[in-house]
Design a protein around this ligand. Structure first.
Ligand code: SAM
Length: 283
């Protein structure tokens, strides 16, 4: 090993189509001393497809903490190391943050080898505003936590990008409809770069119905993009909230929601949720 510290390469791999594997990524993976991979068996298939014989070590969310220090020690002693995840760009809803941080602290150079990322690929074909966007990753698994989490984004003007697992897609879309409203523009991007690639722009309400009625759409890997809140939408919501607050002074929650729905033209369900939360924490 050399006296000079090695470099840590953070290498993107394909999200489906094996041709999306850059020449540079392949060369670096073949040249480094060690590859840290999320799932060694999964990555072995990709590496063997390209005849890359570099040793691979497991680096995943369960061993990230202790393994990061071990890998930084190896880097400090001159080993060249590459980090990959199962697919796409490491650290994007994938392990690696602790390793990269520890490498910086140890004065090790960290070099990106960019490539596929499902969020960016989906955004690039979505037709939604792409000048500013917020990547939110996976929503919480439980519906109550998910709704609270989504509520915090209801006035976010940037395009929102979510990852979701096929097991929760129907419930998650239903929650997005109830929080962001039926009519909010959205895009469903599934199985990008693969055989059943689907990119469908529609309102959230339409997408939720379509996905819940067509079980094929509930399979594979999914990105959901949601148009950011528009200024007029924000104003309309604020107005509805003002109405609900006033009504709650003299009416029970469900009646306040019903009257507010008539006055504002918004959905009763949405206003019921709002009235409930206002009742719990009035300010
Ligand atoms: N690091 C990866 C990246 O750069 O996109 C993401 C890893 S995350 C654990 C896996 C999630 O990414 C999937 O559940 C899905 O939401 C999304 N994803 C990955 N590949 C995809 C694809 N080909 N099409 C659509 N979504 C994909």
């Amino acid at each position: 090993m050399s006296n000079e510290p090695g470099f840590l390469y953070v290498v993107a791999t394909p999200i489906g189509n094996l041709e999306d594997f850059s020449i540079r990524a392949r060369r670096i993976l073949a040249e480094v001393d060690l590859i840290a991979a999320e799932d060694t068996r999964h990555s072995a298939r990709l590496l063997s497809h390209y005849g890359i014989l570099t040793p691979v070590t497991a680096f995943h969310e369960h061993n990230e903490h202790e393994k990061a220090q071990d890998l930084v020690n190896q880097l400090s002693h001159g080993k060249q190391l590459a980090l990959i995840s199962d697919a796409g760009t490491p650290l994007v809803s994938d392990p690696g943050y602790r390793l990269v941080r520890a490498a910086h602290i140890a004065g090790i150079r960290v070099i990106p080898v960019p490539g596929p990322c499902a969020a960016v690929a989906a955004l690039s074909v979505s037709g939604l505003p792409s000048d500013r966007f917020a990547f939110e990753g996976f929503p919480p698994a439980k519906s109550t936590a998910r709704r609270t989490w989504l509520e915090a984004m209801v006035n976010e003007p940037r395009t929102l990008i979510f990852y979701e697992s096929p097991h929760r897609i129907v419930e998650s879309l239903a929650d997005m409809v109830s929080v962001f409203g039926e009519t909010r523009d959205a895009v469903y991007a599934r199985e990008l770069t693969k055989q059943f690639e689907t990119v469908r722009p529609a309102s959230l309400g339409e997408l939720a119905r379509w996905v819940s009625q067509d079980s094929h759409q509930q399979l594979g890997e999914i990105v959901i993009l949601v148009h950011g809140a528009r200024a007029d939408e924000e104003a309309a919501r604020a107005d509805a909230e003002r109405i609900v607050r006033i009504l709650l002074k003299s009416l029970p929650v469900s009646q306040a929601a019903a009257v507010a729905a008539e006055l504002s033209g918004r959905k009763k369900n949405e206003l019921y949720e709002l009235a409930l939360s206002l009742k719990k924490s009035p300010e």
